[in-house]
Write a protein that binds this ligand. Structure first.
Ligand SMILES: NC(=O)c1ccc[n+]([C@@H]2O[C@H](COP(=O)([O-])OP(=O)(O)OC[C@H]3O[C@@H](n4cnc5c(N)ncnc54)[C@H](OP(=O)(O)O)[C@@H]3O)[C@@H](O)[C@H]2O)c1
Length: 508
């Protein structure tokens, strides 16, 4: 077991950077994300003394409720979902800056009313005009609110000595290349690129950031991190749940759009990118974009052999009966939406030539687990006759039990030269004595601080959609998804994808 030498969890993460006083305006404040993630994350930051002393949060939503009702609801959210333990004194302080404003926010009048309300709150809390707008609303509303804020005079230009105005946008950012481009165009009418923070909450996860620390903060991994030593890379993001009552939304999305275009491509770029020249946001994002640009595009003829799409049918997960996708609420009978995707992706550059990246993600799989596995080549010469030596694997566990595990071969005690795999493990919980902060804590803090490293740049989003678009188009003309029983690792065709290359998915 690797032990951390100090316990710098929060200091290392945040380096005690305290943001400037600010007013945070959350659109969609009556929704699930605000109650379950955003306000609990802000509360946890407050509990860790990482928020500025002057801060106000204005929740906006269509639901007609008072500030008092909103505060009560958010208190329940913090008690249930915040990482930091609920403490009455922290809450009493935090709640002083929490407000609610009902409205549709779809016309000039509502943005004028919002401006009045924001100015009033800023006056009351002595805020200098810094504003962070969070769009936790349906994607159809992103352009409307983005435009309304800029034209309603709620924003400042990006200039020295001006208060800051920043816009955080939730996923999904577009549903194909054209819609992503169009959203980028609309937003750029009123906002500078450096003011726009496109969230991919996977980037806020400690283990994902640790990929960079592991690769570029250690001398021993990077020399092996290429096609001379790596046989292949597997990225699995498995969920055991179904659509969770959001079948209507899932019908418009599917696993490729919902998971691969954003989260999994982020994992892929962090794993495959070249060392950046510095740790600035643009230096890192430049390298990530290069990986996306190097993804070998699939022609319509290549799509069937390199992609698998599946859809769950009735089965059992964890011993409990689970219905099929088409029996879930909001799902159309005969739906061709994929709930499982497996892909073989090649990166055409010097480092990764010939190394396949196998990706799989799906719902109603046997367990919830996200992992990147770097599977190394076999030893070049088998010295121990008759021994079965498994390849080394470096497994980066994103969730649950965040950590990194290196699988190495070791002699089994005894007279024979028998070699078995053993694990060298690093787990956050045991090494640092605490669970890592929630992704949304880190992302909210970074956006308050003006650090966009962990947010997706416009060219990054478009480059990933460019690759995904070809697959989507080919699938439209192709066969329907392969069925797989709930509680299994996807359709047999996903296994065949690797078997054809003489490989198999790691047992997780
Ligand atoms: N929930 C998550 O875990 C999660 C994760 C990743 C991304 N997201 C993204 O975050 C956003 C919000 O998700 P959510 O789960 O919180 O959704 P939700 O529970 O359905 O809440 C949506 C919020 O947006 C408001 N809203 C709905 N339609 C609107 C419209 N036409 N105009 C203005 N406001 C409208 C709702 O107001 P009323 O209810 O008051 O009408 C509510 O406050 C979505 O873009 C989603 O894709 C959510």
């Amino acid at each position: 077991m690797l032990e951390a030498l100090a316990n710098p969890l929060l200091e290392g993460l945040h380096e005690q950077r305290i943001p400037e006083p600010c007013c945070i305006v959350i659109f969609g404040a009556s929704g699930d994300l605000t109650r379950r993630k955003l306000i609990p994350a802000l509360y946890s930051l407050a509990a860790d003394h990482l928020l500025p002393s002057h801060l106000a949060i204005l929740g906006c939503g269509r639901t007609d409720q008072t500030t008092e009702q909103f505060r009560e609801d958010m208190k329940g959210g913090c008690e249930k979902f915040a990482r930091a333990a609920f403490k009455q004194d922290v809450w009493d302080d935090f709640v002083q800056g929490l407000y609610y404003m009902p409205g549709n926010f779809d016309d000039d009048a509502s943005f004028a009313a919002l401006k009045t309300q924001v100015l009033e709150i800023e006056g009351k809390h002595g805020l200098p005009g810094n504003r962070l707008f969070y769009l936790a609303i349906p994607p159809s509303q992103f352009p409307i609110v983005g435009r309304g804020l800029a034209s309603g005079g709620l924003t400042y230009k990006c200039e020295p000595n001006q208060p800051f105005s920043r816009l955080i946008i939730e996923k999904p950012f577009g549903r194909d290349l054209e819609s992503a481009r169009s959203l980028n165009r609309v937003l750029r009418e009123g906002w500078e690129e450096e003011q726009i923070y496109r969230i991919d909450h996977y980037l806020g996860k400690e283990t994902v950031q640790n990929i960079m620390a592991f690769r570029f903060g250690n001398a021993i991994f990077e020399p092996l991190w290429n096609n001379n030593y790596v046989d292949h890379v597997e990225i699995t993001v498995a969920e055991s749940i179904g659509t969770g009552g959001r079948g209507g939304y899932y019908e418009t999305s599917g696993a490729l759009r919902d998971m691969v275009q954003n989260h999994i491509f982020q994992l892929l770029t962090m794993t495959a990118m070249e060392p950046p020249i510095s740790t600035t946001a643009d230096a890192i994002r430049d390298e990530k974009v290069k990986v996306l640009q190097a993804l070998r595009p699939l022609s319509p003829q290549e799509v069937p052999a390199n992609t698998v799409r599946g859809q769950y049918v009735a089965g059992a997960v964890d011993g409990e009966d689970a219905p099929g996708y088409q029996e879930e609420g909001g799902v159309a009978p005969g739906s061709a939406t994929e709930t499982f995707v497996a892909l073989k992706v090649l990166i055409d550059n010097w480092r990764w030539a010939g190394v396949p990246f196998y990706i799989r993600t799906g719902k109603r799989l046997p367990k919830r687990v996200s992992e990147i596995s770097i599977v190394f080549r076999k030893v070049p010469h088998l010295l121990f006759k008759g021994a079965q030596i498994e390849p080394n694997v470096l497994a980066i566990r994103i969730q649950p039990d965040e950590g990194i595990v290196l699988k190495v071969g070791s002699k089994v005690p005894g007279a024979a030269m028998k070699i078995n795999p053993v694990l060298m493990e690093f787990r956050y919980g045991t090494s640092f004595g605490a669970e890592p902060p929630e992704a949304y804590e880190r992302l909210l803090l970074d956006s308050l601080l003006g650090d966009s490293t962990l947010f997706t740049r416009s060219d990054e989003v478009e480059a990933s959609w460019r690759w995904i678009n070809r697959v989507l188009e080919a699938w439209q003309q192709g066969a329907p998804p392969d069925p797989y029983p709930s509680g299994t690792w996807g359709p047999a065709s996903a296994d065949d994808l690797l078997h054809r290359d003489g490989r198999h998915w790691r047992h997780l």
